[in-house]
Design a protein around this ligand. Sequence first.
Ligand code: GUN
Length: 293
Amino acid sequence: MTTILNGKELAKKLRVKVKAEVEALTSNGERPPHLAAILVGEDGASKTYVNSKERDCEFVGFNSTVHRLPADTSEQDLLDLIQSINTNDDIDGLIVQLPLPKHMDSEKITEAINPEIDVDGFHTISVGKLTKGEDTFISATPFGIIMTLEDYGIDTVGKHCVVIGRSNIVGRPMSILMSRNGYPGNATVTICHSRTQNLKGFTLQADIVIAALGIPDFLKADMVKEGAVVIDVGITRVDADNPKGYILKGDVDYEAVKDKASAITPVPGGVGPMTRYGLLFNTLKSYKMKRGK
Ligand code: GUN
């Protein structure tokens, strides 16, 4: 029997907990946590993500502010806005939705965010702390995956975890978390990427596969060991003849792989909702840290 790692249901359960915690924290009249998001341009997927984040904030009782800026906004104007948010004590978390328009240097923008409100966990200070095993904001997708493994009690100790993809947002932090001395963690980690030779040779050895490369249906059943745990981070829009004009596809050939896996995340409804929860968790964490809680 394959366990479907239902991120949608888990995220719902965890959001309800956050909502209750916000109610308790604000019962004395204190303001609720506040997440600010900046969206530059008209990228369809980014707009959808930001709208979802706004809805999540509303559900749990956070304040949220979304700055929707035109695609031709200058880098300096964006930096000025970030600076004004950095110094606003009423804001606990700031995210700048990626990707940014081509004329902007994403690295420079990410580094301009005050690490104390870097709830995406993308700043060098956040990444450095994560790497050293210090308490920090763990970026939302790796955090969501860790929470899923934990909630479903997936055994990771001494297991071989193969991470496909070396992005700063998912693959690299995921590899660090899975190898840390803690739970979930203590796995033996292999990180594979576009230049890996004989990738199938690695994935076939994996007890846990985390696919985060952004190629729909990439991981086929013949690349997966019987009984493996399969985590699908992919969420690519593929053209389809439906009212939306697209469907969402993961990196895993789900229908074929699910019969071989002992546990698997679906797309949609797996990692995606847990990523959104990660952001709420980090914003609440920032809020509590500011208050010494
Ligand atoms: N673009 C895709 N995923 C993310 C994310 O987690 N945070 C931000 N800021 N941009 C993204």
